[in-house]
Ligand binder design. Structure first.
Ligand code: BGC
Length: 736
């Protein structure tokens, strides 16, 4: 009885335990901003500060006490880089980090096809997901200013419009998968010489017209979640903590709501980093670099020194809250995003994507007949019985070296493999020249006797070959196409010029496949009937090259930068050394807005191969372009149409390019500037009308006085053609 009463009483007084409410920051049905604010409210000052600096070479912490995960950052931009040790720069030596290498960004830009950019971003993000990476350090959009820049291969060429169009789908497709892009290196990191401290001075016009548009497109159009500050200084202050670049332009003018990360080791001052807009400091040269002392990272500029400044009231708390909010937003978008898919590496789709991008990026620079009345040398004739492939680059692992963009590939089809897959044992190989191993920070000199012997062997074999295919160019060694140093000369290295001379002396059927991310000097140009720009094409590169040489694929790539005949034909090399490479402290971009083809056009200096150039195995005929009106006002648009017809015997793709030039202007303007393009596919005999919509924005320059874009009334011309130097039709019109 007593027992029963007790249990009844227990029943009466018992209340159900409160059901624990999911905190807002953990609830992914809540808007991200609500989650950010909720997490911030729960965090201590120390926890907020701790988000802002590295915990290892490639990761930054979350908030362990609240279950907020860390961020894993990874290079970028051509594939997911192999694992690096926690506390030093050595390869970690894992065996599960081999991936697909995609074509270098110069090759992507050379496709002039935004769809290629989209499959690039999608594929690489899937590989990043499999490798459990949250932020991919790329793409890079620094403008190609000089062919000596060691990192041009990681960028998208010399034209701000082309780079802007191509960067957007890469970022959008990547971020759809919950992987952040990190557009880099913001800004004016246009050379590797003295990159850590050179102070770049550039006019406002050149900044806005040439160097910023692709970054702006990445932020404003694509919505990149992160951006990397460059190593160099801009007008006296390091780019990683530059108030004007970060607080004013990026965050105020472009409404950037994401995270600015320093380039690795690009932070130099606590107060500037705190106040001028840097969120995350990575790779600084403190204890964290060389030892595994767990406190090393606390001595970063945004570590204890930053905390102390906040505690002493020298940095307002609003600053730390803003930085922490941005980093939390990034975490919710990526590492704490439960809706993101699982990834995959080295799938058939990724290999097909790499091959397709390579196929469309290869540029046929020259294709002449060897004798009068004979057909052009390419595509290769099917009945060749003795095909000699020469060159170190025909077999070299070009994903190794080059600096932070190095990749460990699972599979790799070299050009020699690709050609053998089609032509079997009709293909013979001679190395022809040696280039040594990738040596970051060292130059690898090859003894002359070695080069002489290799050359002599190749020349002997060339004598009775039906065709000789030299796969040469640059490579990823230090002082070639490699981070940390610029090229020392414009010509081909490793004795290749002599090799070309001697090969062509014994065999006129000489094809040169140039693997590089830069233009090279070609004093031998008249002696080589066929020249193919084959870039660095990654895992499936050899397939793409063989596809083009054999004619399985009709080349349709167009140059994203000019090939000057000689170095001094390039704007940056037309002045004293203060213009390039600077005096060791400072540099002045004296060519101003006249970068690349703008310089060639305006100064009337023809390039060996012009921006936008690229041949096909078919021919395209352009009709006369017509405009929908003769005049336009600042508020209307003009439709400009042109008929393009495939007049050859095979299907092909053409990039129809529209440039605009202002006939007369109160300021200096380039003769013409790329404003639109369209890549079209045509069967033999097929014709298509391409229509471009021109608006007043396409006619504007950046006016330094009013700090705004301005179009001056008067006469303009639309130049339409197959390259910047091959204009087929011109339409005049007037802006009222
Ligand atoms: C490069 C960056 C790279 C970073 C991390 C730096 O040296 O400039 O492009 O993302 O290292 O590897």
């Amino acid at each position: 009885m007593k027992k029963t009463i007790l249990s009844i009483m227990a029943l009466v007084t018992w209340t159900a335990p409160a059901v624990a409410q999911t905190p807002v920051y953990l609830d992914d049905s809540q808007p991200i901003e609500a989650r950010v604010q909720d997490a911030l409210r729960r965090m201590t000052l120390k926890e907020k500060v701790r988000l802002s600096y590295a915990q290892s070479k490639f990761s930054s912490p979350g908030v362990p006490r609240l279950g907020i995960p860390e961020l894993y950052w990874n290079d970028g931009p051509h594939g997911v880089r192999m694992e690096i040790n926690w506390n030093d720069w050595n390869h970690a030596g894992w065996t599960n980090d081999s991936i697909t290498a995609f074509p270098a960004l110069t090759a992507l830009a050379a496709t002039w096809n935004p769809d290629m950019s989209a499959i690039y971003g999608k594929s690489i993000s899937e590989e990043a997901l499999y490798r459990e990476k949250d932020v991919m350090l790329g793409p890079g959009v620094n403008i190609y200013r000089t062919p000596l820049n060691g990192r041009n291969f990681e960028y998208m060429g010399e034209d701000p419009y082309l780079a802007s169009v191509m960067v957007v789908p890469y970022i959008q497709e990547m971020q759809k998968n919950g992987v952040a892009a990190c557009v880099k290196h913001y800004a004016l990191n246009n050379q590797e010489t003295w990159r850590n401290h050179i102070d770049v001075h550039v006019s406002e016009r050149a900044l806005y017209e040439i160097y910023l548009p692709a970054f702006k497109a990445a932020i404003v159009e694509a919505g990149s979640w992160t951006i990397m500050g460059a190593y160099n200084k801009i007008a006296g202050t390091h780019a990683c903590h530059n108030d004007r670049m970060l607080n004013q332009i990026l965050k105020k003018d472009w409404n950037f709501d994401g995270v600015v990360v320093s380039d690795w080791g690009g932070t130099h001052d606590t107060k500037e980093a705190a106040l001028n807009g840097l969120e995350v400091e990575m790779g600084s040269y403190t204890d964290g670099l060389s030892s595994d002392n767990s406190n090393g990272y606390d001595s970063y500029y945004l570590g204890n020194a930053y905390l102390k400044m906040i505690e002493e009231g020298k940095v307002p708390e609003s600053v730390v809250n803003d930085k922490a909010a941005r980093i939390l937003r990034l975490i919710f978008r990526t590492s704490m995003n439960r809706k993101k898919p699982f990834g995959s590496i080295c799938t058939e789709e990724h290999y097909a994507a790499a091959e397709a991008i390579g196929n469309e990026g290869i540029v046929l620079l020259k294709n002449a007949p060897v004798a009068k009345k004979s057909p052009a040398l390419l595509p290769l004739k099917n009945d060749y019985q003795n095909i000699l492939v020469v060159g170190d680059n025909a077999t070299r692992k070009l994903n190794e070296g080059g600096g932070s963009s190095e990749l460990k590939v699972k599979d790799m089809v070299s050009p020699l493999d690709g050609l053998r897959a089609i032509y079997g044992d009709r293909v013979k190989y001679a190395q022809g020249y040696a280039a040594g191993q990738p040596m970051y920070g060292n130059v690898n000199e090859i003894p002359q006797e070695v080069q002489d012997k290799l050359r002599a062997e190749a020349v002997a074999m060339a004598k009775d070959a039906d065709v000789v295919i030299l796969v040469g160019g640059l490579n990823k060694n230090h002082l070639q196409d490699c981070e940390g140093g610029d090229r020392q000369s414009y010509g081909l290295p490793f004795g290749q010029e002599k090799l070309i001379e001697e090969l062509q002396a014994v065999n006129k059927n000489l094809v040169l496949v140039l693997l590089s991310g830069n233009a090279v000097e070609m004093p031998w140009i008249d002696k080589v009937p066929a020249i193919v720009q084959g870039w660095y094409l990654g895992s499936m590169g050899g397939k793409s090259i063989a596809n083009v040489l054999s004619g399985k694929v009709n080349p349709s790539g167009k140059l994203p930068f000019s090939f000057p005949v000689k170095l001094t034909d390039n704007g940056a090399h037309s002045f004293d050394s203060l213009c390039y490479p600077g005096d060791g402290v400072k540099q002045v971009y004296k060519e101003d807005i006249q970068v690349g083809y703008r310089w060639h056009d305006t100064k009337k200096i023809p390039a060996a191969f012009a921006f936008g150039h690229g041949l096909s195995y078919t021919t395209f005929e352009y009709g006369k372009a017509v405009a929908s009106a003769k005049k336009m006002t600042a508020d209307d648009q003009l439709e400009i149409s042109v008929k393009v017809k495939n007049t050859g015997a095979v299907a092909g793709k053409e990039v129809v390019q529209l440039y605009i030039g202002d006939d007369k202007s109160s300021v200096v303007r380039p003769l013409k500037e790329l404003k639109h393009f369209q890549k079209i596919a045509l069967n033999p005999g097929e014709e298509q009308t391409v229509t471009f919509i021109v608006s007043a924005d396409d006619l504007k320059y950046y006016d330094e006085a009013s700090k705004d874009w301005k179009a001056e009334a008067g006469k303009f011309k639309a130049y339409i053609g197959s390259s910047s130097a091959d204009i087929r039709t011109v339409v005049p019109f007037v802006l009222e």
